[in-house]
Write a protein that binds this ligand. Sequence first.
Ligand code: HEM
Ligand SMILES: *[C@@H]1O[C@H](CO)[C@@H](O)[C@H](O)[C@H]1NC(C)=O
Ligand SMILES: *[C@@H]1O[C@H](CO)[C@@H](O)[C@H](O)[C@H]1NC(C)=O
Ligand SMILES: *[C@@H]1O[C@H](CO)[C@@H](O)[C@H](O)[C@H]1NC(C)=O
Ligand SMILES: *[C@@H]1O[C@H](CO)[C@@H](O)[C@H](O)[C@H]1NC(C)=O
Ligand SMILES: *[C@@H]1O[C@H](CO)[C@@H](O)[C@H](O)[C@H]1NC(C)=O
Length: 321
Amino acid sequence: MASFTSFPAFLVTLSLLLCAAALASAQLSSTFYNTSCPNTLSIIQSAVKSAVSKERRMAASLLRIHFHDCFVQGCDGSVLLDDTSSFTGEKTAAPNNNSLRGFDVVDDIKSKLESSCQQVVSCADILAVAARDAVVALGGPSWTVQLGRRDSTTASFSSANSDIPSPAFNLTDLITAFSNKGLSTSDMVALSGAHTIGQARCTNFRTRIHNETNINSSFASSLRSNCPSSGGDDDSLAPLDAATPTAFDSFYYKNLVSNKGLLHSDQQLYGGGSTDSQVSSYTSKNSKFFADFGSAMVKMGNISPLTGSSGEIRTNCRKTN
Ligand code: HEM
Ligand SMILES: *[C@@H]1O[C@H](CO)[C@@H](O)[C@H](O)[C@H]1NC(C)=O
Ligand SMILES: *[C@@H]1O[C@H](CO)[C@@H](O)[C@H](O)[C@H]1NC(C)=O
Ligand SMILES: *[C@@H]1O[C@H](CO)[C@@H](O)[C@H](O)[C@H]1NC(C)=O
Ligand SMILES: *[C@@H]1O[C@H](CO)[C@@H](O)[C@H](O)[C@H]1NC(C)=O
Ligand SMILES: *[C@@H]1O[C@H](CO)[C@@H](O)[C@H](O)[C@H]1NC(C)=O
């Protein structure tokens, strides 16, 4: 423990600590729109419910947009910007091109919010709330979403290519990619449980099902007809969790223990590495996975938000004002 030679020195240290705590939580608050736009949460929730009832996969797509937003310049809505003459946006970067979806649902939510309260609720916050509501809609955990993020006036094609982890990554690469964003290995393992829902394209699992050995052979062969080693459709889809593709549960981890991870990066979390014990623990304890997932989503949602007078509140999520 530090000892203080004087009371003023103690006060300076205390205020530095309080400042650091304020910066770490970046001034987001769960009641941010309570007076300025009290229907924010109910508007987003009903739009997400309605989109998911039309197409269950939309829940996965909305969850993923928030992740791809937060890993590029922080959670600032940058992923939603269309290309302009002054910058190329993130939508055509390798991890997103022909892959990220759900932008029309976000536009619909934004226009409902604009009708209710003009230029109050940010696109970045819409993504954070929609991600939570999407998980809840498929039977997953709920958590309190921190609010008050503002929207960027720029996007970064190059950071989207460099900062979003690749499905070809090994465990070391995955740990580094999350650590670069202030997230721990344990957050990374919990957040990867998002792959309990949604779909991936053949181009992202072809090598795994044709050339890897740490894969259940009947699982691999069942996927090969729609994703041949050559000449097939790069975009043909397979569920990330073949057991329960539209339920948010812990089957993702059970699959890993049976060598049925769809992506190379998924299977890296189990099979002789440092994260095996956490994966195993989630197979038997759904509630532990749910609690850890919610806390890790809050941490992810706190990556470098724009607050105060930084950035802006866009009126259209696809364009700066
Ligand atoms: C750990 C590193 C991660 C890697 C390497 C990774 C990679 C991928 C890839 C390659 C796809 C399939 C895309 C396609 O083929 O079009 C995918 C889908 C998906 N990812 Fe991840 N991901 C990771 C972490 C996460 C996290 C942290 C989340 C959310 C918290 C997430 C949510 C999703 C969802 C929900 C889908 C399905 C989307 C849909 O069906 O539209 N992923 N991911
Ligand atoms: C903010 O609104 C929520 C939801 O309506 C309510 O539960 C909460 O008590 C409110 N908090 C404050 C500080 O007004
Ligand atoms: C994105 O995909 C389209 C359609 O497949 C392709 O024409 C385009 O070159 C891709 N963009 C980038 C930047 O790779
Ligand atoms: C992981 O992949 C990187 C290249 O992306 C490589 O340098 C490293 O040696 C690999 N680590 C392990 C443990 O295989
Ligand atoms: C499998 O590995 C072989 C030998 O390295 C390579 O020629 C082939 O392209 C790979 N196939 C796939 C689908 O990755
Ligand atoms: C692979 O999965 C199949 C189907 O679930 C199962 O019957 C089989 O025992 C598994 N193979 C191995 C080697 O675990």
